[in-house]
Design a protein around this ligand. Sequence first.
Ligand SMILES: [Zn+2]
Length: 505
Amino acid sequence: MRIIATIALSLFLLPSFGQSLKKEEITKLADAYLVEGVNTLRDFLALSNLGSIPSDIDQNIKWCEEEFGSLDFKTSVLISDGVKYLLAERTLDQTLPTVLVYLQIDGQPVDASKWFQTNPFTAVLKNCDRADCHEIDWNALRKDWDPNWRIFARSASDSKGPAVAFIQSLRIFRQENIPTAFNIKVIMDFQEELGSPTLPSLVAQYRDLLASDVILIMDGTRPPGNIPNITFGARGIATLKLTVFGPRNDMHSGQYGNFTPNPVFALSHLLASMKDENGLVLIPGFYEGVNLSSQQKELINKVPEDRTEMLESMGIFQPEMVGDTYQESLQYPSFNVRGLQAGWVDEEVRTIIPSKAIAEIDMRLVTETPAERQIQLVKDHIEGRGFKILDSLPTDAERKQFPKLIRLESRIGSKPFKTPLDSPIGIWLRLAMDQSLGEGAYISMQATGGSQPIEPFISTLGIPAVSVRISNPDSNIHAPNENLRIGNFHEGLKMCLGILTQPYE
Ligand SMILES: [Zn+2]
């Protein structure tokens, strides 16, 4: 069901081109159009959105086509290597600059049994006091709303909530006859959670169609503390799968213990050689090229950090020691074991020497540490430990010839990007954020720890990018009970209103 409230505010003297909205105007508009925006979001959340299911992609494309069509945007489906994207565009005035907005529409798979609601695609409004949440009627929003109420549904925060905050700002401009400071292009990605595998070829193929002056990414969560945030970079990602081989088959640990080597120990020794007890990567050259000047550190560390609260909420005694602060630690590449497997555990445990041990690794990358280099460094390190690296299962001949066998499979995901904080785009966004939320009410971050598939736009189109982060840090993205705080959606709306009306020179 679609609930639309038509509101005509006419409260203000409307600005002409090149005139930004005032803070009070932005707040009044966001207040007046909040409920309609939430209803649009509920409607959108009801569509399941797995990037691997073509009918899911199609139904979300249809929704977006209708929505942007109703906002006087021209839409076209772009196809890259068989995968559909949607482009929506609106030219207001040829002399204005063009902003390209990237929206992620797909979501992670759901395990409905782990959710505290019947259907993860039927949004539920809740009032939460720490972990204790209770459902409230949607009509409560119409009377008065509490910024701490939350919308629970898959993709509420990642990333349909931010997408709808942006769409609702366009609705406001249209209803209230407010000119934007930009011509607007919107590219919608329906396979972000699959790593946007065809995005680089899309950008190369439709380079002219996507040409713009600046890119805004409506994706990503805010850092701990939930302060409104714009982020000028993201780490990239490369993944590795390491398989260390032992005997040809699993062996009885009584009959062969003390004789047949167990690959779990070989893998453990290898992993232990890669990172020390303080969390510093020991692979030679891993951090090479990353040098934070005291000036950069000062800018980076403007983001407030409550160390005690962070440790307490994570339930850990102390952090790793790569950077002096949380923000500094995100400026370095990381090396993480994301999964381990060998033999069986719990009820299925058996007394065997397993035939293989597997470690799944992810490495987050920064601009100074490209994926190809980092993967080669890992290979060199493994060879330096006496392993023979294979790209498939070992042959009998290899088993005879080499004492230590490991298979290494690698995949390069999104590349890192970094836009200087003091660049023209940085200055423009700070002016816009001052108008939307007020000076000192937000933070600019150099980099987020996660990865975003934005680099193809930056390298192919040659334009800078910044991500506008709306979602609360405790939003459970990718996990059961994903949610978006109403206050965050409201602030997101204000941010979009301010940014799109702030002239960019
Ligand atoms: Zn995600």
